[in-house]
Design a protein around this ligand. Structure first.
Ligand code: ADP
Ligand code: MG
Length: 222
């Protein structure tokens, strides 16, 4: 599903080049789940951006759904993203001018996989029934993130990438939202890579990797 082979990434900064990822290799098979941990600034978001083809590595290869991202034109990468990936970020990134139901169905429509029955099922699972005509600003933070998760899963992506998806929520809400995310991932059988600081989130997943000084190590949880 996703394969990194000896990936290197550096940024240029006013202080000079900053090596963020060094010789990172990993494989995520279809339906597998992976927690990515590591201190702030260790390169977790960079790794997810590369996985999504939002940026390209300096060296090494990244294959998503069997395609080498660097060999694709920007438009082909965007198409692959639409068809294969769900993305969830710490900021919810909902569209303020669209209702709940239209936000939910947006990605599915873009991927030409809109399915009214599946959307209705998701709305129910997300606890958003009765709120379909509201706008994002009329929802709580937890409801907004549940909607963002539903939007990402509505096209039935093969892989969900989630970058600290509950970083903006209080602890109780965060636990509920994550539990829902994991349960929906199991239901849709998509693969998952989630950046998290929480050992409880990582525990039920197939694998946990930790980034340290730009390098990956598999991690015991605590
Ligand atoms: P994490 O998500 O683990 O906190 P990031 O991948 O966001 O880490 O960032 C890793 C390092 O790269 C940090 O030191 C950050 O400041 C730096 N960085 C991230 N994006 C850029 C960029 N576009 N330009 C320059 N430096 C960046
Ligand atoms: Mg980050």
């Amino acid at each position: 599903m996703l394969e990194f082979t000896q990936v290197y990434k550096r940024y240029s900064t006013p202080q000079g080049p900053l090596q963020v990822l060094e010789n990172v290799s990993l494989t995520l098979a279809p339906g597998q789940s992976l927690a990515l941990m590591g201190e702030s600034g260790s390169g977790k978001s960079t790794l997810l951006h590369l996985a999504a083809g939002l940026d390209l590595p300096d060296q090494g290869h990244i294959c998503l759904a069997g395609q080498n991202l660097a060999s694709l034109a920007e438009s082909a990468r965007a198409k692959l993203r639409r068809e294969q990936l769900g993305l969830v970020f710490q900021q919810f990134h909902l569209i303020p001018s669209l209702t709940v139901i239209d936000n939910l169905r947006l990605q599915a429509r873009l991927a030409k996989r809109d399915d009214a029955n599946w959307s209705a099922h998701l709305i129910e699972r997300l606890g958003l029934k009765g709120l379909e005509k509201r706008y994002p600003e009329q929802l709580s933070g937890g409801q907004q993130q549940r909607l963002a998760i539903g939007r990402a899963l509505a096209p039935r992506p093969a892989l969900l990438l989630a970058d600290e998806p509950t970083g903006n929520l209080d602890e109780t809400t965060a636990d509920e939202v994550l539990e829902l995310l994991l349960s929906l991932v199991r239901e849709t059988q998509c693969a998952l890579m989630v950046v998290t600081h929480s050992p409880q989130v990582a525990a039920p997943l197939d694998r946990c990797l930790r980034l340290r000084h730009g390098q990956l190590a598999s991690s015991a949880l605590l």
